[in-house]
Design a protein around this ligand. Structure first.
Ligand code: AMP
Length: 284
């Protein structure tokens, strides 16, 4: 696996691959890798001639009171995991080179960045869109792999690709979960043992919502109340949001109707750790 840190060297490599007509898959991450990240990498390896992964804890997407400084970093282990998975190249940008002093361009989406995580993390999705836009320009991939764990992020990037006419196919990858159902996340290591035990409540609440919808419940207010009640059964959980939204626009849905594509989305704090999870469904 080649490890590159300079955007210039990366562009040279990409030009060479293009000359050889190799298809490129790209997997952006912030490192501290787990099975969820590796699923994305493996899918890219299957579907492309060459896979580039990146590890970059992007300062632009962290708020001033968020965990940028303490975000887990495990570079040696991460490199080994990517190499063993079969990733061809790893881009490890240096923050000062990636965002030089006179860097001043940002990408922001007026609507998709507002609801759900956008409410408690102002500026977050602009940070995400900006870094992904730059990474896409540097890697020129045929396919970009994103996890559905960050559903709003997927929609933001898909919309940006559509709006800006970028020539990349966005591939959504299902959520990888621990045995008890907790969605894998680099932030799970922040949880105390009691918090970790209680964190399973997010996936339980989602399953309960799915069961209600499958059994014909169409009243969103009712389902949301049931979700909240389930979440509150965990003594350490503090709910940020529990919403049912249109899967494309992320606007709130009041009543479910046949054929609706919806997302049940949750964000729950355990102490300072904010966990997210979601479930996408079509209403039958
Ligand atoms: P991150 O390192 O958290 O920025 O995540 C990098 C990519 O991995 C994003 O596309 C995430 O959505 C994806 N990802 C993170 N956790 C999971 C998971 N549990 N299942 C599937 N994809 C995930």
């Amino acid at each position: 696996m080649q490890v590159l840190s300079s955007p210039k060297t990366l562009k040279k490599l990409v030009a060479l691959l293009r000359k050889k007509n190799k298809s490129i898959g790209f997997v952006p991450t912030m490192g501290s890798l787990h099975e969820g990240h590796l699923t994305l990498a493996k899918k890219s390896i299957q579907e492309n001639n060459f896979t580039i992964a990146s590890i970059f804890v992007n300062p632009l997407q962290f708020g001033p009171r968020e965990d940028f400084k303490r975000y887990p970093r495990h570079l040696i282990r991460d490199k080994k995991l990517l190499r063993e998975a079969g990733v061809d190249a790893l881009f490890l940008p240096d923050a000062d080179e990636f965002y030089p002093k006179d860097f001043q361009t940002t990408v922001s989406l007026s609507r998709l960045s507002q609801p759900l995580c956008g409410k408690s993390r102002p500026g977050h999705f602009s940070g995400v869109a900006t870094v992904i836009m730059k990474l896409l320009n540097l890697t020129s991939p045929d396919r970009l792999y994103l996890g559905l764990k960050d559903y709003q992020q997927c929609r933001v990037v898909e919309q940006m690709v559509e709006d800006m006419g970028l020539s990349v196919l966005v591939c959504r990858v299902p959520i990888a979960r621990e045995k008890d159902g907790l969605a894998m996340s680099s932030r799970n290591i922040y949880l105390s043992s009691q918090e970790r035990a209680e964190a399973v409540i997010l996936s339980r609440a989602l399953s309960r919502a799915r069961d209600f919808i499958r059994l014909g419940q169409r009243n969103v207010g009712f389902i949301k109340r049931e979700i909240l009640q389930t979440l509150r059964s965990a003594s350490l959980a503090r709910v940020d949001y529990a919403e049912i939204v249109n899967a494309r626009t992320l606007e709130s849905v009041v009543k479910l109707q046949k054929g609706d594509e919806v997302v049940v989305a949750l964000a729950v704090y355990f102490s300072k750790t904010r966990l997210i999870d979601n479930l996408t469904m079509s209403v039958g």
